[in-house]
Design a protein around this ligand. Structure first.
Ligand SMILES: [Zn+2]
Length: 263
């Protein structure tokens, strides 16, 4: 009995490691089971993505900026905020951007039961978005990009899990817009998926950090005018990977859904 008691904490630690750390390494580091970037094609496509919104202060300003530079982007939104600001969700959709899911609230998947993540966060948010725009989202990005083992094995059968290849590190105020600009200009290349935030009210972020993000993004888009890039939604960027054999476990519904929106 004593021997069993001494092994229990070790067994718990081992299971926690398998459940939490292995999927983080698989997805965040190795990109297994998720999409981190598109193919480097001659079209030189880049996908800007914006997490944690919609935000009544910064999302409208961002949409104006994207329109000015003819950028189509992807917004991974929180279900609770979509519920609060349906007009912003409608505007994002009407202006040709893609809407993906970023949980109902900004909660880490490691502290939620897998069935609750799908039912109470992802499917719930999909229902809210579908009720607003009449179209069901098929892309998902977990908060902080953190998946557990069950997510990795299960969620990707229903949703296209999209992470990123270029991180803006834009959620803190002390990040000057020049540092952000330099980082993005140095790292963006054909096929990049760029992670930025249009809201600063999640844990660890600064409320007014998106202001600097907007300043930096304006400079980046201006600078990149000399490059032959086109700025697309992630479903368009990843379409080539999905149909050319890189597709992981997308179900037929999602694949058909993605195709119908691209054509
Ligand atoms: Zn987030």
């Amino acid at each position: 009995m004593n021997l069993m008691n001494s092994w229990l904490p070790l067994a718990f630690l081992f299971c926690s490691f398998v459940y939490m750390m292995i999927p983080v390494v698989m997805s965040r580091v190795l990109g297994l089971g998720v999409y981190k970037k598109g193919k480097q094609s001659q079209q030189a496509e880049v996908a800007f993505t914006f997490d944690d919104g919609p935000d009544p202060c910064y999302t409208p300003e961002l949409l104006d900026l994207l329109k000015q530079f003819e950028v189509k982007a992807t917004f991974f939104v929180l279900g609770s905020k979509a519920e609060q600001y349906p007009d912003l969700i409608r505007r994002i959709h009407d202006e040709g951007h893609q809407i993906g899911i970023h949980n109902y609230t900004h909660t880490c998947n490691l502290v939620i039961c897998p069935w609750k993540i799908k039912r109470q966060h992802i499917d719930r948010t999909a229902d809210i978005i579908e009720a607003i725009i009449g179209e069901r989202p098929s892309s998902y990005r977990p908060p902080w990009g953190i998946l557990n083992l069950a997510d990795l094995l299960w969620l990707r059968k229903s949703y296209q899990i999209v992470l990123w290849s270029v991180m803006g590190w834009d959620w803190k105020r002390q990040e000057s817009s020049h540092k952000l600009t330099d980082r993005l200009l140095r790292n963006i290349k054909p096929g990049s998926i760029v992670l930025l935030h249009d809201s600063g009210d999640t844990a660890g972020a600064d409320v007014d950090a998106p202001k600097q993000m907007l300043e930096g993004l304006r400079i980046v888009l201006q600078e990149l005018k000399s490059k032959p890039y086109s700025y697309v939604r992630t479903d368009k960027l990843l379409h080539k990977r999905v149909v050319s054999g890189y597709r992981m476990d997308q179900n037929i519904h999602s694949s058909r859904h993605i195709k119908s929106r691209i054509i």
